[in-house]
Design a protein around this ligand. Structure first.
Ligand code: ADP
Length: 267
């Protein structure tokens, strides 16, 4: 026990004596607090878009007093908010699936190049709008053990973030390579960067550096916490180096035991 421990104390009469039972409930209390925070965060994230949508719906109840341009704006805004809510719910489902065990990691082998090509097509329309130069340096023969859906979700979150948090016309470099330590994935951008004070917290659920701005870009604040969970299940961890105004590099290495033996010898 340490002096900050939270104790639950019970005194029970027993054979003409008193039994004194103390139980350390610090961990339980922490878990309960986390659960409450989580529910509060999810509720807040859903309430905000719903409030916006209700406002627009009320305005459209009297279409004869609403200029067509306003109606068009309301429909655009409502569809954006609906997409936000759908993305949030999807991220929550991914998180809960991973937390309740997820897929068996050593049962599937994944070719990283083909996994990445799916992410490339998912990101291409957003990137067309932002006009970034994205380069890919991929080892086409690289095969790893892992859950394809989870690894794809991790890569996609990191690449989407690089696109979102880099001003239009930026430069992004994605690579997947064999190194002595294993399979190294990295994505670098020359975007806004993250200050030291936020860096330690960005993988927390719902944590965002700039709430107002990321709300506009549509983020839920869950992306990096999903990445962290996926990597932990693949015996890896997320590394971030970043400089405000210069850009960021997010990377991880799947260790050698995540690469099937024949592929290790071949490299
Ligand atoms: P979000 O859904 O808000 O993008 P994430 O968990 O993916 O949530 O990221 C958490 C926060 O980390 C983001 O809100 C953003 O402030 C910051 N961040 C993530 N990736 C980058 C990046 N490549 N450049 C700058 N900031 C980033």
């Amino acid at each position: 026990l340490n002096p900050q421990s939270l104790l639950e104390i019970r005194i029970i009469p027993y054979a003409e004596q008193m039994l004194f039972i103390a139980r350390d409930v610090t961990k339980l209390k922490q878990l309960e607090n986390m659960r409450q925070d989580f529910v509060a965060n999810v509720s807040h994230e859903l309430r905000t878009p719903l409030t916006v949508m209700l406002g627009y719906l009320e305005m459209m109840e009297e279409p004869e007093h609403t200029p067509p341009a306003m109606i068009k704006k309301a429909i655009d805004e409502m569809s954006q908010q609906t997409v936000r809510m759908r993305d949030l719910v999807e991220q929550l489902l991914v998180l809960s699936k991973i937390e309740s065990g997820g897929e068996e990691v050593f049962k599937q082998t994944v070719n990283v190049a083909s996994m990445l090509s799916v992410v490339q097509s998912e990101t291409s329309s957003l990137n067309a709008v932002k006009g970034h130069q994205i380069s890919f340096d991929i080892d086409n023969d690289l095969i790893v053990y892992g859950s394809e859906t989870e690894l794809r979700s991790a890569m996609s979150n990191l690449i989407f973030n690089a696109i979102h948090y880099t001003p239009d016309g930026g430069t992004i470099a994605v690579s997947w390579k064999r190194t002595k330590e294993g399979a190294l994935f990295s994505v670098s951008d020359n975007g806004e960067g993250i200050s030291q004070k936020h860096l330690a917290r960005i993988t927390e659920r719902f944590y965002r550096v700039d709430k107002a701005r990321s709300r506009k870009t549509g983020g839920s604040g869950l992306g990096l916490s999903i990445v962290k969970h996926v990597l932990a299940r693949h015996y890896s961890g997320l590394k971030v180096s970043s400089q405000v105004g210069k850009g960021s590099t997010f990377s991880f290495t799947l260790p050698n035991n995540m690469i099937p033996e024949k592929d290790q010898k071949a490299s």
